[in-house]
Design a protein around this ligand. Structure first.
Ligand SMILES: [Fe+2]
Length: 337
């Protein structure tokens, strides 16, 4: 089978991670390292030189429209042979296994958020980890799909990991069902001061959530612990903290996650509601121009799974664009700020 051919087939299972609290989930999103590594050709797409050429031609066409990047549509970016393959990948990330790697082996420059070490190794409470060289604990972001494009690698480190939240849930069910109730209780997290009028300085999300039958995981043991310093924040009990830390420890189990050293031209796509992700500590280059550089897109899909209102906020009614502040303009800087 030619590389990529399997990607245009429909997903083997109708596998959005749907289910019911207390029962195991057996969809394709319940992958393990063993099962995923056995079918690597299904989730790694190596773009051929012709496919790369197709993207370059589409880029030239999109540039010729003169539109700002955030206004470029599918029609402005014609991909006659790649489009059906990319749609199949989108379906698989949203409703199937929940992740994908695309290897282009060249340096593309689409835009959006930058992940770059601008502050040095900094574990200070209140500093966003993605702007530092510190390790990122297992966590989720706030959009249907989290995608990273690697432009430059660090001297070493910055290894990317992702874990099946669904398999973690199944493991809790099998090994520590006594913690299940704790894991459905809301966990308060700081908003890092990014608070709109009328909002609390924290938000609350349970670790396991079944909203309209759709499974969703959310956890960050480090931020949950640190957030307890925030005045007025609801207290989490010792048992709840034990449960949160247990989930984080399951994500670290080599059988429940995959790791990848992203190379320039690699794109990582994750379903954010069914996976956790992390990053190891970065040993970066001295010269800021040589440092590890990733571009991140938080992708919202109209057909993504319904979200519990706990994930919404006043200016972000569908809860899918990260933290959105009033008056904030969408900008697309070409360098990290
Ligand atoms: Fe993240």
């Amino acid at each position: 089978m030619a590389v990529g051919e399997s990607l245009v087939q429909p997903a083997a299972k109708p596998a959005q991670a749907s289910g019911e609290l207390g029962k195991p989930i057996t969809t394709a999103a319940a992958w393990t390292a063993t099962s995923a590594l056995a079918e690597k050709e299904q989730w790694i797409l190596e773009l051929s030189p012709q496919q790369v050429e197709e993207i370059l031609e589409a880029t030239t066409h999109a540039t010729s429209t003169g539109k700002p990047v955030q206004e470029v549509t599918r029609a402005d970016f014609p991909l006659p042979t790649l489009a059906p393959i990319l749609e199949s990948i989108r379906q698989s990330v949203l409703f199937g296994r929940g992740f994908q790697l695309i290897r282009a082996g060249w340096r593309m420059h689409p835009q959006v958020g930058h992940v770059k070490n601008l502050t040095g190794n900094n574990n200070t409470f209140g500093v966003r980890v993605y702007l530092t060289s510190a390790a990122q604990p297992w966590h989720v972001d706030a959009s249907d799909i989290v995608s990273l494009l690697c432009l430059k690698t660090a001297r070493s480190g910055g290894r990317s990991g992702w874990a099946s939240g669904v398999s973690i849930y199944n493991r809790v069910l099998a090994e520590r069902p006594d913690l299940l109730e704790e894991l459905t209780k809301p966990v308060p997290y700081t908003r890092y001061g990014e608070v709109n009028k009328g909002e609390k300085p924290y938000y609350e999300q349970p670790v396991f959530n079944f909203y309209q039958g759709h499974f969703q995981i959310s956890v960050n043991d480090l931020v949950a612990g640190q957030s307890q310093q925030l005045p007025g924040i609801p207290r989490i009990s010792d048992k709840q903290l034990e449960a949160i830390k247990y989930v984080a420890s399951l994500a670290a189990d080599p059988e429940l996650h995959l790791e990848w050293d992203l190379q320039p031209g690699d794109i990582q796509l994750l379903n954010n509601w069914t996976n956790l992700h992390n990053r190891t500590e970065i040993d970066d280059h001295e010269d800021i121009n040589d440092r590890r550089h990733l571009l991140r897109i938080w992708r919202v899909s109209d057909d993504g799974q319904p979200l519990d209102p706990a994930y919404h906020n006043a200016t972000n009614p569908i809860g899918r664009r990260g933290i959105v502040l009033e008056g904030q303009q969408d900008t697309v800087p070409l360098e990290a700020e």
